[in-house]
Design a binder for this molecule. Structure first.
Ligand code: NAP
Length: 295
C-alpha cells in the first residue's frame, strides 16, 4: 500500500493561520512584530528567497524592513546595519540572507546579531541553549520537521530516528532537538554522514528517517523498513528537458519507490520546504511576544 503523504503545504498553511490570529491579537495591544531582512548582492536564488520571506510576513501582518545592499558592501557597513537593527525596537527578528559575498565573514555577521533577535536560530548562544534544552529560537528547517511529525500524528517518543546528514543547519540540530527530554522528541537518534560505514544498516532499523544529504536517491526503497516514516529535507535540481525551465526539483529520497514501503512520507516539493519560512514567521512572532512580555 502506498504511504500517506505528509502535506507540508497544508501544515504550513495551518500554522500561518494560527500566527495570523496571534499577530491580530498583538496588534490590538499595539504590538506589530517586525522582521529586518538584509540581502547583500544580486544572487537570483537569494533574491527570490528574500521576496518569498517578505511576502509571507505581509500575508500574516508582520512588518518587514527590506534592506537590499550592493554586492560591494563592506563587512564594516554590514555590521553597522546589523547593529542599527539590534537597537531598533520595531525589529524583533533579523535575517541576513546567506550566502554572503566571499569578502564578508559570515560567522562574524551571524555572531553580531543580538541573540534575542536571532530568528534563524544560528547564533552560537541559541545553538547552545537548544542543546541544553532551554527555551530559545529553534532553527527553522529542523523545527519545521518536528512540527510536521507532531502534526501528522507521528510518535517520536521511543522511536529510532536515523538522520542522514550532519550539517549545522539541518542534520545536527534536528538530531539534537529529537533527543531532548520533551514532548515531540524523546527519540533514540542515530546521526549518519559520509563516513558512516554502511548507511543502509542504520536506515533499515529506523522507525523514522530524516534525509538531509543534498543528493538525490541517497535513500532508496531497499534501505527503508516497511512502515517507516520518511521525511525528505533535500532540495536538488535534476535536468528535465520536458520542463520549460529544463529541470525539476527532487529530494534526497527515491520518492516513487520509497512511498511503496513507508507508512508516511513527505514529497518534494510541497513537504519540508514550505515549513522553513513558516517557522521563521513563528520565531518572529515569538520574539515580539518575548520583547513585550506577552505569554
Ligand atoms: P550539506 O551542508 O551539504 O550537508 C549534507 C550532509 O549530508 C553532510 O553532513 C554530509 O556528510 C551528508 N551526506 C552527503 N551525502 C551522504 C551520503 N551518501 N550518506 C550519508 N551522508 C551523506 O547540506 P544541508 O545544508 O544540510 O542540506 C541538506 C539538504 O537539505 C540539501 O538538499 C538542501 O538543499 C536541503 N535543505 C532544504 C531546506 C528546506 O527548507 N527544505 C533547508 C535547508 C536545506 P559529511 O558531513 O560527511 O560531508
Amino acid at each position: 500500500m502506498s504511504a500517506e503523504i505528509i502535506d507540508g503545504k497544508q501544515i504550513a498553511a495551518d500554522i500561518r493561520e494560527e500566527l495570523k490570529t496571534e499577530v491580530a491579537a498583538l496588534k490590538e495591544r499595539g504590538i506589530v512584530p517586525g522582521l529586518g531582512v538584509i540581502l547583500v548582492g544580486e544572487d537570483p536564488a537569494s533574491k527570490s528567497y528574500v521576496s518569498a520571506k517578505e511576502k509571507a510576513c505581509e500575508a500574516i501582518g508582520i512588518f518587514s524592513d527590506d534592506n537590499r545592499l550592493p554586492a560591494d558592501t563592506t563587512q564594516g557597513q554590514l555590521l553597522e546595519r546589523v547593529e542599527q537593527m539590534n537597537k531598533d525596537p520595531k525589529i524583533n527578528g533579523i535575517l541576513v540572507q546567506l550566502p554572503l559575498p566571499k569578502h564578508i565573514d559570515e560567522a562574524a555577521v551571524l555572531m553580531a546579531i543580538d541573540p534575542d533577535k536571532d530568528v534563524d536560530g544560528f547564533h552560537p548562544m541559541n545553538v547552545g541553549k537548544m542543546m541544553v534544552g532551554e527555551d530559545t529560537f529553534l532553527p527553522c528547517t529542523p523545527h519545521g520537521v518536528l512540527q510536521m511529525l507532531m502534526r501528522s500524528g507521528v510518535e517520536t517518543s521511543g522511536a529510532h530516528v536515523v538522520v542522514v546528514g550532519r550539517s549545522n543547519i539541518v542534520g545536527k540540530p534536528v538530531a539534537n532537538m529529537l533527543l531532548q527530554k520533551k514532548e515531540g522528541a524523546n527519540a533514540t537518534v542515530t546521526l549518519c554522514h559520509t563516513r558512516t560505514k554502511d548507511l543502509s544498516v542504520h536506515t533499515k532499523q529506523a522507525d523514522i528517517i530524516i534525509a538531509a544529504s543534498g543528493w538525490p536517491n541517497t535513500v532508496t526503497a531497499d534501505m527503508v523498513k516497511a512502515g517507516a516514516v520518511v521525511i525528505d529535507v533535500g532540495v536538488n535540481r535534476v535536468e528535465d528537458p520536458s520542463r520549460e525551465r529544463g529541470y525539476r526539483l527532487v529530494g534526497d529520497v527515491d520518492f516513487d519507490a520509497v512511498k511503496e514501503v513507508a507508512s508516511k512520507i513527505t514529497p518534494v516539493p510541497g513537504g519540508v520546504g514550505p515549513m522553513t519560512i513558516t517557522m521563521l514567521l513563528f520565531n518572529t512572532v515569538d520574539s515580539a511576544k518575548r520583547a513585550n512580555g506577552v505569554d
